[in-house]
Design a protein around this ligand. Sequence first.
Ligand code: DON
Length: 320
Amino acid sequence: MSSTNLPHQSEELERLRALLPGWVKTSKTMCQAGKVASYIPELSKAPADALGIHVIDFSGNSVTAGDCGLSFTMQSISKVFTLLLALIDRGPEIVFDKVGMEPTGDNFNSMLKLELVQPSIPFNPLINAGAIAISSLIGGDGPEEKSERVLRFFRRLAGNPELAYDLDVYRSEALSADLNRSMAYFLKDKGVLKGKVDDVLDVYFRHCSIAVTCSDLSRMALVLANDGTDPLSGEVLIPRRYVQIAKTFMVTCGMYNASGQFAIEVGLPAKSGVAGGILTLVPGRYGIGIVGPSLNPKGNSIAGVHLLETLSQSLDWSLF
Ligand code: DON
């Protein structure tokens, strides 16, 4: 993919620069219909009325609007990138022996199908059970080294050597994770998790608590939009086939049990997190990071989804 923008693409970016502030203002009004996540107590401190977006193209030109300075934790968005690291470390055969490839139709933290459907492996790597299984597949000796490798990988993708954990959110999640703990013990019993449950969960809690801004998310998304090669440096960071796998999961499971509706209304690969982030991309064109901590009942940013519907429908971005 060339890093030179086509003329119509830079025109589109200029159009975005003019239109985004108004669209953000309109979507912001949705915030009051949602709720900030509180099951991880530290997350409840986020500003409920915030909404920000950062769009970056293959030449590094960007457009931002709204509350883009806000720092927030990646939460489930990190699952896309731990999946990619596990694929790089272990290869698809080992990874897909431990997690499936299908959407669940259930909530992101549901255990329901683990026992109902045989074999007892999580349905996909983006639900909590699947991401916990993926955490155990990251290469490295022990939780510290695994977490260190995850952080290094994320820093490279974001082009930001300063990415770090939000330790308050990390501790808050570790102290309130009874459901995730029970899932992890269940997976250990079924032979899906190897090693100590607490060690695996530590890797999981840490990658969920990596703090980012919309700009970091848009840079990470840009690498996916260019099939694993950073268009700004030309460096190959992820094999194309693995990016293809990750993007497919983003379309089928990235917005959890709202992924079907999101595919119809927006039509782009995306991944949400309960801190209100959404990472999405227009293949071959843009990386996009959004934050809006007020969530809809499915756990996705209510204003962020509304903003993406406006963008995709106005600019004809749907892949379908
Ligand atoms: O395990 C959890 O519940 C959180 N660390 C992540 C969940 C999440 O982001 C779900 N996304 N919408």
